[in-house]
Design a protein around this ligand. Structure first.
Ligand code: SF4
Length: 462
């Protein structure tokens, strides 16, 4: 999978025992290396990096993680993504960029962690020997040991936030037990493993105390929470407990798998609690029974439609988001037409489409031919996104002159950029706010929508 490249510190001698003498402790802290963390991939990786940064800081290390921060650093840790081809390429390009810096003498050590490293550790070792060590997912303790640093188990629920600080992700589980034939995740991150409820409540409380206003629950599949521990219907229980904390303005859920034993109680909780965003992220991947069946999804077209229609019936104002794959092996023109027509008819509020990536180790890779030409995969993806743009524009126009509670994420040029509860950070549309007033980042304001353009809205504070 990884092509050959033309490119090609001694161990950090730091003391651990901070309980010796103050002077020695001070010297130790000053002599810690500066470490740069580069995080690629999804929000789950962000959480892993934030926990790692906390551990490094507890050891007295100076850590930088902002892309723009070019502080000279002795050590670079790259947290990679290895889910699909594009992500793998981005990870490898990033590693090579730092290899070049190492060759130029600008950094001393490179460590690679995360999904790519978990998946292709031995190939990467052979191909990029300039990297000092590779670690997989959940190997923070080994990495710290390599750096001669201490792993503080009592601080496992602590994080240093790398985002704007008013929203944060809460990773409620690791891995996945489902058998989707296109998906490499179970092979990389292993079987589903729920985080204990008490632990999550502790982590959520710590996040709220750090100023987080919007808590975003993430997992490969939120619906499966608790099943690995032999407990059913644990997601509603977890959400109830988080609501009881009464510490967040918004709680958002990413992703609800369209399973036939869908946790309907969650929809009820969303309906009755304004703090739970009316935002349902439900990746259906396709709608044709032929494709769903060879994808080994556990839902057919009829079941998918029933779930979607019931959600829309129960909370008509909710934004429903989905993701789709185009060009799955065996996807015919008819299958694609069926998908296109369904999207046109159902009118998802938010939609992301991706071309199929034939991933080693997956059932699809073992059993099916990657028989849809790349060009056709891309054409199908583009036509879905064009369709969605038309739908989004129409849906957005219906929002004009309405007022929405909006969180301010940042200021960009002359605009404040915010989001309503119907949009998640980094993946959905935004509200561009025109005002002479000073708005505070991370605060909520009533914003009246004045116009829309493409996937974005424009508004003014009321
Ligand atoms: S539900 Fe399917 S697509 Fe999602 S992570 Fe699990 S196996 Fe992959």
């Amino acid at each position: 999978m990884i092509s050959r490249y033309s490119i090609k510190m001694n161990l950090l001698t730091l003391f651990f025992h901070l309980n010796i003498f103050t002077k020695i402790s001070l010297f130790i802290k000053m002599s810690r290396p500066k470490i740069k963390i580069v995080t690629l991939g999804c929000s789950k990786n962000t959480v892993d990096s934030e926990k790692l940064i906390k551990q490094l800081e507890l050891n007295g290390s100076k850590v930088v993680y902002d892309e723009t921060d070019d502080l000279p650093c002795e050590v670079v840790i790259i947290n990679t993504c290895g889910f699909i081809n594009d992500a793998k390429e981005e990870s490898i390009d990033t590693i090579l960029e730092f290899v070049k810096k190492k060759e130029e003498g600008k950094i001393k050590k490179i460590y690679v962690i995360g999904c790519l490293s978990q998946r292709y550790r031995s190939e990467l070792r052979d191909e990029i020997p300039e990297v000092d060590s590779f670690f997989g997912v959940n190997e923070t303790n080994k990495l710290l040991r390599e750096l001669n640093l201490k792993y503080d188990k009592s601080a496992l629920s602590q994080r240093t936030l790398t985002g704007p600080g008013h929203y944060a992700y809460l990773k409620i589980s690791e891995g996945c037990d489902r058998k989707c034939s296109f998906c490499a995740i179970p092979g990389i991150r292993g079987r589903y493993q729920s985080q204990p409820l008490d632990y999550l409540l502790k982590e959520a409380t710590a996040l709220a105390e750090m100023g987080v206003k919007e808590l975003i629950l993430v997992a490969q599949d939120l619906c499966y929470y608790g099943y690995d521990m032999g407990k059913r219907n644990m997601l509603p229980k977890l959400v109830d407990k988080l609501l009881e904390l009464n510490m967040f303005e918004w709680i958002r859920l990413h992703y609800l798998y369209p399973t036939t034993d869908f946790p309907w109680e969650i929809i009820e909780i969303i309906r009755n609690n304004p703090s739970l965003c009316r935002y349902i992220d439900i990746p259906i991947q396709h709608i044709s029974d032929n494709v769903l069946s060879s994808m080994k999804r556990s839902h057919n077209r009829k079941e998918t439609e029933e779930i979607l229609c019931r959600i829309r019936h129960d909370i008509p104002e909710a934004a429903i988001r989905t993701t789709l794959i185009t060009g799955f092996p065996g996807e015919t023109d008819n299958d694609f037409r069926e998908l296109y027509d369904f999207i046109k008819e159902f009118r998802f509020d938010r939609l992301g489409a991706f071309t199929y990536s034939h991933e080693e180790g997956t059932t699809a890779h073992k059993k099916l031919n990657d028989d849809v030409p790349q060009k056709l995969k891309e054409e199908r993806m583009s036509s879905l996104m064009e369709l969605q743009q038309t739908i989004a524009l129409e849906l957005n126009e219906s929002k004009i002159n309405k007022v929405y509670n909006t969180i301010i994420d940042r200021k960009e040029g002359e605009y404040y950029v915010g989001r309503t509860e119907f949009d998640s950070p980094e993946v959905d549309q935004e509200v561009l706010i025109e005002t002479d007033h000073n708005l505070k980042i991370g605060k909520f304001y009533g914003i009246k929508i004045t116009r829309s353009f493409g996937f974005d809205l424009f508004g003014v504070p009321i």
